[in-house]
Design a protein around this ligand. Structure first.
Ligand code: SF4
Length: 384
């Protein structure tokens, strides 16, 4: 390479670096500007246009806020609403929840999914009721120590109930900030989470943390939705995603969700109008819910294979049963698993010797037990 060509290359490299620096500087300045306009625009929108109604909005009772936030983790508001009402009616305060029979709490939670939330709800209710005399801690750090409460829920309770200056960062907030500020850091990476949390903390309106937090979540839920309504958006002129045609590429998610496929073949053993059910105790999905006798298989099983497994497990003996039906394949999609399977109903002539954890429940009594949705769908068909 000649001296001239090397000189030119160095010059172009420096020029490119300079341009990047200028662009980054401009971007930094733009974003610094946005730090100032963000909260006033958001609060103005909230005052003039936000008519989103939710029963827990403006609530100051930490118990009710906690309940609503736990119910809403990984749940749409429309679905969570009726569960919130059900819980508040059945358990108006933390002592009543703490002293309730576990089975009745699971029954209330039935259908909401992510049952670990319900388990943690019970642990925290008992802790607050017994060890803290029914009073929720009044600050973020102490609230976060309670079982099942992560940074988002702790920030929501601390700001809504106690007006603590804590910014909430949930899925809606990630989306709003990623789009307006053009942040391409994946929201599920450690670096991304740190960056979003730091930005959210800077943007928080320190005089009105509760109002601000509710406003940004509402804004993400009704305007900057996954499919946003940009034409009615007050940030339109300043939103990086809107100006650069990146609405649907922001926020960025780094990790791919791997879906595990499982086959659940349920055997409905019926003897004298009673059904054999057991509670799920293993560390797995549907923890603590009830189910019929399960044959899990790595692939689809037909009637013969299911009956063979039931015999192997000594649930039935030779000539002691009739097959009433085998259902078509049913399925339920969970966030990380796809459950498929069949229901095989066997009418027994003799009562088998079964392990002591298996209960014999009358058909009409089954309603009192909490089952996963996969089974409830089948129970509804049995009733019709
Ligand atoms: S302009 Fe569109 S993408 Fe940008 S904040 Fe508003 S609604 Fe969201």
């Amino acid at each position: 390479m000649t001296v001239n060509r090397i000189g030119r290359k160095n010059f172009l490299t420096k020029l490119a670096a300079k341009r990047i620096e200028t662009w980054m500087g401009r971007k930094r300045d733009q974003n610094m500007n946005k730090l100032h306009f963000f909260s006033p625009i958001l609060l103005k929108w909230n005052k003039e246009k936000n008519d989103r109604q939710m029963p827990w909005k403006g609530e100051k009772d930490p118990y009710k806020i906690w309940l609503s936030e736990v119910i809403l983790q990984q749940t749409r508001v429309e679905q969570g609403l009726k569960y919130y009402e059900k819980f508040i009616t059945a358990f108006p305060d933390v002592h009543q929840l703490a002293n309730a029979h576990e089975r009745s709490i699971y029954k209330c939670w039935e259908g909401l999914g992510y049952y670990t939330r319900c388990k943690n709800l019970i642990v925290t209710a008992q802790n607050v009721s017994k060890n803290l005399k029914g009073r929720f801690p009044d600050n973020y750090d102490e609230i976060k120590k309670l079982k099942g409460i992560g940074p988002y829920t702790a920030a929501a309770i601390a700001s809504f109930a106690f007006n603590e200056q804590r910014a909430v960062v949930d899925g809606n907030v990630f989306r709003v900030l990623a789009r307006i500020f053009g942040i391409e850091e994946p929201i599920d990476s450690t670096k991304g989470k740190k960056a979003f949390n730091a930005l959210a903390g800077k943007l928080l309106d320190k005089k009105n943390p509760a109002l601000y937090n509710q406003a940004i979540m509402d804004f993400g839920a009704v305007v900057c939705k996954p499919v946003p309504i940009c034409e009615h958006c007050p940030f339109k002129q300043k939103c990086e995603a809107f100006l650069n045609d990146k609405i649907f590429s922001l926020p960025v998610k780094g990790k791919k969700v791997l879906i595990k496929k499982r086959w659940f073949n349920y055997v409905l053993l019926e003897y004298k109008e009673k059904f054999a059910v057991r509670q799920r105790h293993a560390k797995d999905i549907w923890h603590n819910l009830f189910e019929f006798l399960l044959v899990e298989s790595g692939k689809e099983f037909d009637e013969k294979e299911i009956v063979k497994e039931a015999k192997k497990k000594k649930w039935i003996g030779a000539n002691s049963y009739e097959i009433e039906y085998v259902s078509p394949v049913c399925k339920q999609q969970l966030s990380h698993q796809l459950i498929k399977g069949r229901f095989t109903k066997l009418k027994l002539h003799r009562k088998p010797e079964l392990p002591p954890d298996i209960l014999w429940i009358r058909k009409k009594e089954l309603k009192k037990y909490a089952f996963p949705m996969f089974i409830n769908q089948h129970l509804r068909k049995m009733d019709t």
